[in-house]
Design a protein around this ligand. Structure first.
Ligand SMILES: Cc1cc2nc3c(=O)[nH]c(=O)nc-3n(C[C@H](O)[C@H](O)[C@H](O)COP(=O)(O)OP(=O)(O)OC[C@H]3O[C@@H](n4cnc5c(N)ncnc54)[C@H](O)[C@@H]3O)c2cc1C
Length: 437
């Protein structure tokens, strides 16, 4: 039986392991932490069910099929989750959901709206790789960047649009300009600008997915892989519980760990992956008395509004069972590329900021429940020139038979991207003749 060793039991490693097992492989997963799931961590406390990492999965048809194969029953977010709010000039403005609402919305000034309408006539860029900010300013104007795109970029990457590459961080938007010469024309032809799919979680939160995937797998928890060397045709791993050997090895840990594990195999790739920037995030789950939180997915705060909160998800409005009767659960995000210092504040300092700013934004009373989670290296940033890392990853796999790389620093940061990416790894293994087709 073919044996595969996977380092890292985040959703990238777990979903790949599960698929390999179904294809008849023997799979061993090594996990540094005491629990599987990586960034996916659900907790229950004081009657609240809350997420420390991802909240929802934007699931397409293939992912929903995968969940059916797992016998999982996804919960769709409430229909009102289509409502999203942007905080502007001290109040919450609904994000317009259609062209008429856009033209009448107070979210942008008249001048900014007229600027957006010019977009179809702006020629595609012929020049250098652009940042998301340069691209959006050029095509849609500065106000559209500040009040619509930048908050969404911070919602996905906790990133700085001045640093992120439009080509690698917002691939679909970039492709619209390449294919149709205009985002508006492209969106009208494709009938959608955003990524397709339904927003889901599970009754017990995202940990249900992790638990289900882990059920049939051998996950060696609290067991770091410390180094990897070539040995003959295969690989020799030094783990904190001794050595292990394998002919097929998948590194599904973050880029900075992959960098250190690759040190003896490829010094160049190792040094390059070490450079990939991960921004910090602080996630604060807050329980408040019901009555102040609008129906919807949540709100985003443009940096120009002078607050430290990046955004808030109205978690108990999305799925049932997240908060006790008469209470709402809010999940608040701070930090990211534009406010890295938050990570060094104490939990009390973070709580004070959150309570004060939630009062300003949502007029909430003092919370009855607060949980602070710090992620020092939360999300990889697909900056300008990111293609270099992707090329390196693919060259490395080609030059080292049996070695595969996966994880959120390669093909998109969302959980859905990671699930799709593990199918891609499976395909590469098939192509290399490592798996029966
Ligand atoms: C706060 C936050 C909120 C997010 N919100 C969303 C959201 O709402 N929706 C969404 O789609 N995405 C969201 N994301 C992104 C998404 O959760 C991640 O990109 C995804 O879960 C990453 O999965 P992964 O398996 O690639 O990496 P990880 O989850 O980082 O897993 C890597 C694993 O490798 C292990 N590891 C590291 N080094 C070693 C070693 N030497 N030996 C053994 N094991 C090792 C780690 O402990 C970890 O378990 C969010 C991310 C964060 C941090």
């Amino acid at each position: 039986m073919k044996r595969v060793v996977i380092v890292g039991s985040g959703i990238s490693g777990l979903s790949l392991a599960f698929r390999l097992k179904r294809r008849g492989c023997e799979v061993t997963l090594y996990e540094k932490e005491g629990e599987a799931g990586g960034n996916i961590r659900t907790r229950s406390e004081s009657g609240y069910l809350f997420e420390l990492g991802p909240q929802t999965i934007l699931a397409d048809e293939k992912i929903l099929t995968f969940f059916r194969e797992l016998d999982l029953k996804p919960l769709r977010a409430e229909p009102s989750s289509k409502n999203r709010f942007i905080y502007r000039d001290g109040r919450l403005v609904p994000l317009p959901l259609n062209p008429v609402a856009f033209l009448t919305s107070p979210l942008l000034s008249l001048k900014a709206k007229l600027r957006v309408l010019k977009e179809p006539w702006i020629p595609p860029s012929a020049g250098e790789e652009e940042s998301v900010a340069d691209f959006v300013r050029r095509r849609l104007g500065a106000e559209f960047l500040d009040y619509i795109v930048a908050p969404f970029v911070s919602g996905v990457y906790a990133g700085d649009p001045e640093q992120l590459s439009v080509r690698y961080a917002t691939r679909k938007v970039y492709a619209l300009e390449r294919e149709f010469g205009s985002l508006i024309r492209g969106a009208l032809k494709k009938k959608a600008l955003g990524p397709g799919g339904v927003l889901i979680s599970f009754e017990g939160g995202l940990r249900e997915l992790v638990e289900r995937l882990s059920q049939e797998l051998e996950v060696r928890k609290s067991c770091s892989v410390l180094s990897v060397r070539r040995k003959g045709e295969g690989f020799l791993l030094e783990t904190c519980r001794g050595e292990d050997e394998t002919e097929t090895l998948v590194l599904s840990c973050p880029a900075y760990t992959t960098a250190s594990l690759l040190a003896e195999i490829s010094g160049g790739a190792s040094r390059a992956f070490e450079e990939i920037d991960y921004v910090p995030l602080v996630v604060v789950n807050v329980g408040v008395k019901s009555g102040r939180v609008p129906e919807g997915f949540g709100l985003l705060v443009p940096r120009r509004e002078g607050k430290r909160i990046l955004g808030v998800i109205f978690s108990s409005k999305l799925f049932p069972g997240r908060a006790p009767e008469g209470r709402d659960l809010l999940t608040v995000y701070l930090g990211g590329a534009t406010d890295r210092e938050v990570i060094d504040l104490s939990e009390e300092e973070v709580t004070d900021i959150v309570v004060r700013e939630l009062k300003d934004i949502l007029n909430t009373e003092d919370p009855e429940f607060v949980h602070v989670q710090k992620w020092r290296r939360a999300i990889p940033q697909y900056g300008i020139g990111y293609g270099r890392y992707l090329n390196l990853a693919s060259e490395l796999e080609k030059s080292h038979r049996g070695l595969y790389l996966t994880g959120n620093y390669l093909s998109g940061v969302s959980v859905a991207d990671c699930l799709r990416n593990s199918e891609e790894v499976l395909r590469r293994m098939e192509e290399a003749g490592e798996l029966p087709r």
